[in-house]
Design a protein. Structure first.
Length: 64
């Protein structure tokens, strides 16, 4: 039998400044993975993480 889907899901967080700024240093976008509880956090996750391309802490938003 197949196991039921859990409450916690894995989400991908992507740097918002790398995506919108074409004059960045290196090609590519900073991405992190994290987990979130689907019942408690229904909207998109938004965390401040370090971006090696921007070389500073920026807002990383959840992507689909």
């Amino acid at each position: 039998m197949a196991k039921a889907k859990g409450v916690r899901i894995i989400v991908t967080l992507e740097c918002t400044e790398c995506r919108t700024n074409p004059d960045k240093r290196s090609p590519g976008v900073s991405r992190y993975t994290s987990t979130k509880n689907r019942r408690n956090t229904t909207n998109r996750l938004e965390l401040k993480k370090f971006c090696p391309n921007c070389n500073k802490h920026t807002v990383h938003k959840e992507i689909k």
